[in-house]
Write a protein that binds this ligand. Structure first.
Ligand SMILES: *Cc1c(COP(=O)(O)O)cnc(C)c1O
Length: 415
């Protein structure tokens, strides 16, 4: 029906912005007509194994009956009501579950990850009365202005917006291995700026869109100690790392620490709807009093209902074993790429596999290669990476790593 009337590619080229793209985009976009399990079906009939979980989100895969059912059931009651002066069961259930999972009892339900980061920053500013943050290079915290200001200044293209961004303090990127010299430098940097700082904000253990770097938990532990020592808040942006992706439930669990403020998003609804959360301790909530934020779609019942179903599913599924199995599969499948020409590094943590190349990749060309191998990936910069749904079977996983290896071999022919 629709497919006959609507020339999707033509309308897309004419009207639609895609992420970090021009209109029309320089790299081709592909029309998806169906997503089910771990597979995407394109308009031309091709089926692709999804290696991206739609940017960390679809941890249970697509079209899961439990998540579909939760949405339909909620729709029968209400799709949305305002959250000012009203409340409802899906939102309070979700807040209770998140509080139990994180040990952080006060929950702000935001409508996207970037907004959750804005709220976290606002909490820290309101709590301390100070307006400067310390972060590390190589981070990514979202695309709104407050969040952008703590993204890596180079990857985050700060030069495009210079003058419009607040100037925060950047420590060097935390190294992969436990590094005493780094810890000493961090200690010195925090001490030097402590009197003007409200908070330290970092992604725990895995830096996602800022470069897919993994760092040693000792560095996160030191940031917790330094925050305590100097009376600063620690904000953990777990939007990418939350809900088992790194092999622990949260990235902070690798370091055995609890932040004062935590941001969650991405996999929160199992990839169904945009929803995020900012959580904080009793002490922070009490110190803030009235928090000056309130999005129109705050606590959206449909999103909260599907988040409740997704967290229920996560509690039931053996995600720890699944993520460990994917980690082994990624290590085995990507081992051959480590010494290929043009490759700088191959790294795996939990259900995240990364091939870092020496030169920026040709996104369209890598995409063609992996699609020929029946796989969907979205490389960027010098990174060809995967974070597949937890239910990805061994055969599909092998297909993803074979596609990545083929893309690397193709790059190597030019290297
Ligand atoms: C994706 C991401 C964000 C931003 O979330 P959006 O929902 O895209 O606004 C913030 N922080 C981290 C660590 C992320 O990975």
């Amino acid at each position: 029906m629709d497919a006959i009337d609507v020339d999707v590619p033509a309308l897309d080229r004419a009207h639609v912005w895609h992420p970090y793209a021009s209109v029309p985009p320089q790299v081709p976009v592909h029309q998806v007509v169906r997503a089910s399990g771990v597979r995407l079906t394109l308009a031309d009939g091709r089926e692709l194994v999804d290696g991206m979980s739609s940017w960390w989100a679809a941890i249970h895969g697509y079209g899961h009956p439990r998540l579909d059912g939760a949405l339909t059931a909620q729709l029968a009651d209400m799709a949305h009501v305002m959250f000012g002066g009203l409340t409802h069961e899906p939102a309070v259930q979700l807040a209770r579950t998140l509080a139990e999972m994180t040990g952080l009892p006060k929950v702000f339900l935001a409508d996207s990850g970037s907004v959750a980061v804005e709220v976290a920053i606002k909490m820290a500013f309101q709590f301390t009365g100070r307006h400067r943050l310390l972060t590390v290079r190589g981070g990514y915290h979202g695309d709104t202005f407050g969040a952008m200001a703590v993204c890596d200044p180079v990857n985050g293209m700060h030069h495009l917006f210079s003058g419009a961004l607040p100037q925060h303090v950047f420590a060097p990127r935390p190294p992969a291995d436990h590094d005493e010299a780094y810890l000493a430098e961090l200690t010195e940097t925090v001490a030097r700026h402590a009197s003007e700082l409200a908070a330290i904000i970092v992604e725990p253990v895995v830096q996602g869109a800022g470069g897919m770097h993994f760092y040693h938990p000792a560095h996160l532990r030191r940031l917790r100690e330094l925050a305590d020592e100097h009376g600063l808040l620690l904000i953990a942006d777990e939007i990418a790392t939350g809900f088992g992706r790194t092999g622990e439930l949260f990235g902070c669990d690798h370091a055995g620490i609890r932040p004062d403020i935590m941001c969650l998003g991405k996999a929160l609804t199992g990839g169904y709807l945009s929803l995020a959360a900012t959580l904080c301790t009793e002490r922070v909530a009490a110190g803030i009093g009235t928090l000056m934020h309130g999005p129109t779609f705050m606590g959206n019942p449909l999103a909260a209902a599907v988040a409740n179903a997704s967290l229920g599913l996560l509690a039931e599924r053996p995600w720890r074993e699944e993520v460990a199995r994917i980690e082994r599969g990624l290590r085995a499948g990507l081992a051959g790429a480590a010494h290929a020409p043009g490759v700088k590094d191959v790294r795996v943590l939990g259900a995240i596999g990364v091939v870092e190349t020496l030169e920026p990749v040709d996104v369209g060309r890598v995409q063609d290669t992996v699609m020929r191998h029946g796989v969907w990936l979205r490389p960027f910069g010098r990174l060809i990476y995967t974070m597949p749904p937890y239910a990805t079977g061994d055969d599909d996983l092998a297909r993803i790593t074979a596609a990545m290896t083929a893309a690397v071999a193709d790059i190597g022919r030019d290297a």
